[in-house]
Design a protein around this ligand. Structure first.
Ligand SMILES: Nc1ncnc2c1ncn2[C@@H]1O[C@H](COP(=O)(O)OP(=O)(O)OP(=O)(O)O)[C@@H](O)[C@H]1O
Length: 459
């Protein structure tokens, strides 16, 4: 077998030969092991020796003057023959290494051709337990044919990541579906918000994490629906949210939880986050407190985010508060508000929450006051007429129908099946002497009080 050497190698071999030796460098084959040994000893003897090809030929030329012309001519010839041999190989046309390759787009086997715009769902919608949030419209055979040629307009399934699917409880699955439909405008045209008012402990956090992760990764168009999300929560929960993201997604999502730091430092981080326009943003989820948001609102108003989630959202019940105003100014199309207790005092607070997520569906504040609040409150008065009562319940029904499209509330009773069976044990025991004494004194004092009250009120 003929073995070719790199020019640098050839120079080393040539320099090792005695001047009288007339050997062709390309015939100097050595078994690989001894060659490797030789290489390491060469490296020691000729540290960092670099030889240029041109210089090598010149050396051969100049050698010729001392060693004799004939010898050098032979060396040069064998060198150029070898070059010719390599050139011949390189001149051969490229042959596709795929059997039966016919070329062109008609072949199923495509070499070196990237199929542009190929859209596929990120997760298998037909797998066991898959939670599909969006089904693409059925296609006619003609449409299927044209979309197989041009896939760029085809829609795909939006499927919840299986790592989340496997942990979601049934009520959480329906909750995620509800959230997704709301924030993608499927429930109320032109409105992209909702209130999740599940009772405490039903896993609102996990449902929101599932929503955010799905929006960050998927859409019917096979691109992210949103590249960035902001979670606003009480300062005591900032770390908890970050932990929950990690717990359920195993570090797949890039979170930035801000709960301390100097103003300049935080401003810098927030600016970087908010101005990041990439589809796959460096920080995908920003978690910060209501106070933090208010303090740095001027920075956060300089950009856009795909979705904002407000935990313990009843903090936004006053539409005139600074926090409400700051959050409302945020450029976020999709808004989710989480609260275990959405109605606390009056209907106007309820209006503020709904208005924050879906501005306009209840009209302006004064319109809401006139249309719903007055008739409903009037009908509750003890001296309300029959007509007022009727109008009140009619308006209440109308309001419930309207808000039910963007509010979901489940009670903790659905959790009972996940809790261990309650066991009650009744144990009877005697009072200790001290307990008996205290008990008798208490009973006597109460009896005295009752006797006194009876005398006072003439019972
Ligand atoms: N599907 C689930 N499997 C296992 N643990 C879960 C699941 N869903 C929620 N949890 C756990 O239950 C606990 C309560 O959930 P979470 O805090 O999200 O409830 P919540 O509705 O947000 O309550 P709160 O109103 O207090 O914020 C958390 O520790 C959470 O990790």
């Amino acid at each position: 077998m003929r073995r070719s050497y790199a020019p640098s190698r050839v120079s080393i071999i040539l320099s090792e030969q005695s001047p009288n030796e007339n050997r062709d460098p390309n015939t100097l084959y050595k078994p690989p092991t001894s060659l490797a040994r030789k290489r390491s000893s060469d490296a020691k003897r000729f540290p960092n020796k670099r030889v240029c090809y041109k210089q090598l030929l010149d050396e051969i030329d100049s050698d010729g003057e001392t060693d004799g012309k004939e010898k050098n001519e032979t060396r040069k010839m064998s060198y150029f023959n070898h070059e010719q041999f390599i050139l011949q190989i390189l001149k051969k046309p490229f042959k596709v290494p795929l059997e039966g390759y016919a070329g062109g787009s008609s072949s199923s086997k495509c070499l070196g051709m990237r199929r542009t715009g190929l859209r596929v769902a990120l997760h298998d919608p037909y797998s066991d337990g898959a939670l599909v949030l969006y089904y693409p419209p059925e296609q006619s055979p003609q449409e299927q044919l044209s979309s197989s040629k041009d896939n760029s307009k085809t829609q795909v399934h939006v499927v919840v990541d299986p790592i989340l699917c496997q942990v979601l409880r049934p009520h959480q699955r329906s909750g995620v579906k509800f959230l997704y439909e709301c924030v993608t405008g499927k429930r109320i045209e032109g409105s992209y918000g909702c209130v999740m008012a599940d009772e405490m402990g039903l896993g609102k956090t996990l449902q929101c994490i599932t929503l955010v992760w799905t929006l960050i990764r998927q859409s019917p168009e096979a691109v992210p629906t949103a590249s960035k999300a902001i979670i606003v929560c009480p300062s005591s929960l900032v770390k908890n949210w970050a932990k929950e993201f990690d717990k359920w997604l195993f570090g797949r999502v890039r979170c930035l939880a801000i709960d301390s730091g100097s103003k300049d430092e935080i401003d810098k981080k927030l600016l970087q986050f908010i101005l990041d326009q990439r589809v796959r943003a460096g920080v995908q989820v920003l978690i910060l407190s209501y106070e933090g948001f208010r303090l740095h609102a001027n920075v956060l108003h300089r950009g856009e985010v795909g979705i904002v989630i407000c935990d313990e959202g009843h903090r936004l019940k006053n539409s005139e508060s600074q926090t409400y105003t700051a959050l409302n100014k945020l450029n976020a199309k999709r808004r989710v508000l989480l609260s275990g207790t959405p109605i606390q005092n009056d209907l106007l607070e309820y209006f503020s929450l709904v208005h924050f997520v879906n501005a306009g569906i209840l009209g302006t504040e004064s319109e809401f006051h006139k249309t719903y609040e007055i008739p409903i409150m009037r009908s509750r008065d003890s001296d309300a007429s029959e007509k007022e009562r009727e109008k009140g319940s009619e308006k209440l029904q109308e309001l419930i129908e309207l808000v039910n499209r963007c509010i979901i509330r489940r009670t903790a009773s659905i959790l009972t099946k996940y809790l261990p069976v309650k066991v009650e044990q009744l144990v009877c025991c005697r009072l200790s002497p001290l307990q008996t004494k205290l008990y008798k004194r208490f009973v006597k004092s109460k009896t005295d009080q009752v006797r006194y009250l009876c005398i006072l009120y003439n019972f």
